[in-house]
Design a protein around this ligand. Structure first.
Ligand code: PLP
Length: 342
């Protein structure tokens, strides 16, 4: 199956067996618990909705298929997914090497919770150069945490090169693939161990659900994360699982359109006399344009840019826009703009 076919059909095969109603769309199973015929045998594997829910499980199969992964898990937010990775796989005194331009919320989680409360050491490096990652490794390094392109500077790192090095050292590679979506970049196929997403963004795509996802083909990692997900309880609700599964069906067409629109806008901005800098991996001027072409199948819908002037001019510009909403987030069908520092 090609990506588009998987996005529509996987996890939502109509149940045409005896007693099945043949729904072509996964029903929303709101039940919090599931009755048993026999005391020690859960019905079709379901016991309690935190541990497993038919709507969420359908979405999880779809999520796995999109990243060419064996396993998928759906979480109550992107940060809940990230938290669960750390809870499952990190211990006090472990060292994590992370890209120095991560989404601010990820950095806050690492520094203010996992470093402060659990004494996990985070070392932020400019991962645009693979040697900076390699040189930062020490005997306690357990994980390398990448985001590519980064939020907000659209910096890239070479997933394949870094993963090849980490594999030899037994270091787990996590890639936050939110900015690309599985349609434009597949970190697991490039050698990473875990892909993590804020499904709030492109995967759901309609700015009406907060969610997260983890995909991996490593059974040991999957089991550890799944155990922690159930133990800590960071699950996606049945209604949100339905929404995300529904959003995914148009992921490919949305990403194609985002790509096209972003290229036009980046091109326009880069020629504008009041714009001093445009960060977009699709521009020839992007320092990692060649890497972008190598590891991504499109350049995505995210652009950051600088205009001439300072805060005063930025405010004036942002407040003069008519179609773009001044709101944080990304990946929905409407266009948003924000000033990260404000
Ligand atoms: C790259 C990236 N990762 C993770 C997150 C966190 O996701 P959520 O807001 O769903 O918790 C965000 C949110 O903006 C993000 O941009």
């Amino acid at each position: 199956m090609k990506f588009e076919t998987k996005a529509i059909h996987i996890g939502e095969e109509p149940n045409l067996r005896e007693g099945g109603s043949g729904d072509v769309v996964i029903p929303i199973h709101l039940s919090s618990t599931f009755a048993r015929k026999e005391i020690n045998i859960p019905t079709n594997g379901y016991e309690y909705s935190r541990s497993g829910n038919p709507t969420r499980n359908a979405l999880e199969k779809k999520l796995a298929a999109l990243e060419d992964a064996r396993f998928g898990l759906a979480f109550s937010s992107g940060l809940a997914a990230e938290t669960t990775i750390a809870l499952a796989l990190l211990n006090s005194n472990d060292n994590v090497i992370a890209f120095d331009d991560l989404y601010g919320g990820t950095r806050r989680l690492f520094n203010k919770i996992f470093k402060k409360n659990f004494n996990i050491d985070f070392n932020y490096v400019d991962a645009t150069k693979t040697e900076n990652v390699i040189n930062a490794v020490n005997k306690n390094t357990k994980m390398v945490w990448l985001e590519t392109p980064t939020n907000p500077l659209l910096k890239l790192c070479d997933i394949k090169e870094i993963s090849e090095f980490c594999r030899k050292k037994g270091i787990i590679v996590v890639v936050d693939n939110t900015f690309m979506s599985p349609y434009l970049q597949k970190p697991l196929n490039l050698g990473a161990d875990i892909a993590v997403h804020s499904t709030t963004k492109y995967i759901n795509g309609h700015s009406d659900s907060i969610g997260g996802a983890i995909m991996t083909s490593n059974e040991e990692l999957h089991n550890a994360i799944r155990f922690s997900q159930n133990a800590a309880g960071a699950i996606l609700s049945p209604f949100d699982s339905f929404l995300v599964a529904r959003g995914i069906k148009t992921l490919s067409v949305r990403m194609e359109k985002h790509n096209k629109n972003a290229i036009d806008i980046a091109d326009y901005l880069s020629k504008h006399k009041k714009v001093s800098k445009v960060n977009y991996p699709g521009l020839f001027s992007h320092p990692q344009h060649e890497l972008a072409k190598k590891q991504m199948t499109g350049f995505g819908g995210m652009i950051s840019f600088e205009i001439n002037g300072g805060l005063k001019e930025s405010r004036k510009f942002l407040q003069s826009l008519e179609i773009f909403s001044l709101a944080e987030s990304l990946g929905g069908v409407e266009s948003l703009i924000e000033h990260p520092a404000l």
